[in-house]
Design a binder for this molecule. Sequence first.
Ligand SMILES: [Zn+2]
Length: 257
Amino acid sequence: MSMEKIDFGEVFRTTQTDRQARFLIVCEHASNRIPADLNNLGLSDEAVQSHVAWDPGALGVAQALLQALPSVLVEGAVSRLVYDCNRPPEALSAIPEQSEIYAIAGNAGLSQADRDLRADHVYRPFARAITQQIETHRETLELMVTVHSFTPVFNGRERAVEIGILHGEDQSFAQAMMAHQPAGAAYDIRMNEPYDASDGVAHTLDVQGARHGLRNVMIEIRNDLIQTPDQQERMGAFLADWIQVAFAAHKAQEGAA
Ligand SMILES: [Zn+2]
């Protein structure tokens, strides 16, 4: 099949609740949509519904953050199996041939031209949308937060961590969040779990956040905690309070330094 004919449709969405956005929320893996021309990449509907295709629940949490904070949200609108927008085009994992237990037939043996087409139509518009928001809100933006979810069982092993606070090359805000956890938080919260930057997950943080001089942090939530809209809303409210407390502390520390 000629890849030239693929209609990728809308590959990102931007939503804003406040003209004076202080927080940039990014949700790279918000959607499991696979453009019809790609025929589900050869996967079953079950696989496309599963966490391998997206981060279930993450968008609901990101939207709750958007409501709670003066912010702007950029979300991906295509499955990460088509192109993982938290990976640079040169990373093989940007278009995975295998994800956990699933072989992705529609990604097997792609030519460089096929890979370039996906990067040009999915990754680059998404990345440009983020950069554009950073430029538009340069005067007011203070922090970038990326929101993800992870599966409670990975390759047959259960994960105890419930919320992961991850950092890239600038770890200062992640440290502030770890140091200022809400009193009595009933979650198992850990730094750099279940992944860390060595897994390649700090791409957006580094390329969009650190490179533009923005404080940044990545939040990973175990997806069994955010299955319903109600759970997503409560998690979003919990994180919004936490982020604001950590932000105040971080800013005070910068002022004192
Ligand atoms: Zn993710």
